[in-house]
Write a new protein. Structure first.
Length: 381
């Protein structure tokens, strides 16, 4: 019997306020679970964040977003994705605009702080920028998913190059201990100073290196097994392995995007659990990026779904779906290919969009809303 959903609700307010949909809770398997009683987070979009850019700049596809120790928001964007008319000032076609720098920093008010990036001496800048992370020392890590992008780069916050892991144009498969395969994203564990790489658009794994020296530590595939590049292999991550996030309790969350699932591991790669989001989603899949709420228990898990164009809100403890916000569209609070999200220390969510959307949005956290009640169940039979 096909997956059956009862009473699917999604209340979206068509103004600057973003409402909630209460959804069927789905856990490790197909049997519905009771959602916890902590309520559903409530968010309101800020249509004026960020503020206007200087220098007649315009951003292209925003392919990564991160937060630093000062609660400043960082993005990595693709200047080359601007169309000829969008970058009309570069050729004299029109009076607007010039491509903005690939890496950009904003303060909490949305003011532009600094920008840098692009090709330079000693490193291979990616052909197609993808993913950004700011570590506990405020170093900036970036990745890329262009055809020859098999490297991650580490910079200081002012753009001084520090280290490259991998090599542009060279990849040796999902069990290489030296080379990468179109890595999508990174995260640095402050306890061990190890960098976890979601590797990626070509490979089928998470791989870990020393964040200071680049020394290989370990890697694993789906369910904690040995990854394979055999297209007929079972129980593998699909492409892309799109995100990796580490929580305070030492769990590693990995986005298996086209399989519509998040897999959870211990730091040594031991499989803990999985849960699915909109499991019937086709196309580019439903699990594009995840982050967690800043409370002590990090009780809420947020998932950017660029195919259905929602941000899903889940209980991190149970995997139960608590609600959503957003829908496909161009208005403030709507999305087109919402690619990444990040949460600041106040619980606000910032989202990044690619394809033709080319923007960043801020959603202010307004506390929790009532008590979450499931309105139906999901079964596999």
């Amino acid at each position: 019997m096909k997956l059956i959903r009862f009473a699917y609700l999604a209340a979206i307010v068509l103004t600057a306020t973003v409402g909630f949909g209460l959804l069927n809770p789905v856990g490790d398997d197909a049997t519905a679970q009771q959602t916890p009683a902590q309520g559903t987070p409530r968010f309101v979009v800020d249509p004026f964040w960020p503020k206007e850019l200087p220098n007649n700049w315009l951003v292209g596809q925003v392919a990564g977003i991160a937060v630093d120790s000062q609660d400043h928001i960082w993005i990595i964007q693709r200047p080359s994705s601007l169309t000829e008319d969008e970058a009309g000032a570069t050729t004299g076609r029109s009076n607007c605009c010039f491509p903005a720098p690939p890496v950009m920093e904003f303060d909490q008010a949305g003011n532009f702080v600094q920008g840098w990036g692009g090709p330079g001496a000693g490193y291979d800048w990616p052909e197609n920028e993808h993913g950004i992370f700011i570590d506990h020392n405020d170093n900036v890590w970036i990745a890329g998913n262009g055809e020859n992008d098999h490297q991650v780069l580490k910079f200081t916050r002012d753009g001084t190059f520090l280290m490259q892991i991998g090599e542009a144009g060279r990849t040796e498969g999902s069990n290489s201990t030296e080379f990468l395969g179109n890595p999508a994203d990174t995260e640095v564990d402050p306890e061990t100073n190890e960098v976890y790489v979601a590797d990626g658009y070509l490979n089928h794994r998470v791989i870990v290196f020393d964040a200071e020296t680049g020394e290989y530590k370990r890697h694993w595939g789906a369910f904690g097994g040995t990854p394979s590049d055999d297209p007929d292999a079972r129980r593998q991550f699909g492409n892309p392995v799109h995100c990796v996030r580490i929580t305070d309790d030492g769990l590693v969350y990995v986005c298996d995007r086209v399989h519509n699932r998040i897999q959870v591991f211990e730091k040594d790669g031991t499989f803990v659990r999985k849960f699915r989001i909109e499991r019937d989603t086709m196309g580019n899949g439903s699990t594009w990026d995840v982050d967690v709420s800043p409370d002590e228990a990090q009780q809420f898990l947020y998932n950017a779904d660029g195919e259905n164009n929602h941000v899903w809100m889940l209980s991190r403890e149970t995997g139960g779906l608590l609600g959503l916000f957003g829908r496909n569209g161009r208005n403030a609070g709507y999305f087109h290919w919402v690619h990444n999200l990040v949460v600041d220390s106040s619980g606000n969510i910032y989202t990044a969009e690619v394809d033709t959307a080319k923007r960043v949005q801020k959603f202010e956290f307004k506390g929790t809303h009532g008590r979450s009640q499931p309105v139906g169940e999901v079964f596999d039979k």
